[in-house]
Design a protein around this ligand. Structure first.
Ligand code: FES
Length: 84
């Protein structure tokens, strides 16, 4: 079980998923939220519109493209910030 917390639109959502249930973190987000102008290139890695911040263990945000993030143990218990 992989637990991901997603902060979006001033709310915190929690997802219980498993490895590779989704092709990427972008797919999980797109399946649950109608985010405008998000994932415009559908995971092609060229638009940059799927950017999120991941809070690391010392509370620092790290930016990354969610279309390049596989759902696996590295995302377990992480807080993802989708700032729109
Ligand atoms: S969807 Fe375009 S870079 Fe991720």
């Amino acid at each position: 079980m992989i637990v991901i917390s997603l902060h979006y639109n001033k709310r915190l959502y929690q997802f219980h998923t498993y490895e590779d249930e989704y092709d990427s973190l972008m797919c999980l987000i797109s399946d649950h939220f109608p985010v405008r102008c998000f994932g415009v290139c559908y995971g092609g890695g060229c638009c940059g519109t799927c950017g999120v911040f991941i809070m690391d263990s010392n509370g620092s945000p790290k930016f990354g493209l969610s279309c390049e993030m596989r759902i696996d143990a590295t995302l377990n218990d992480k807080v993802i910030i989708l700032d729109r």
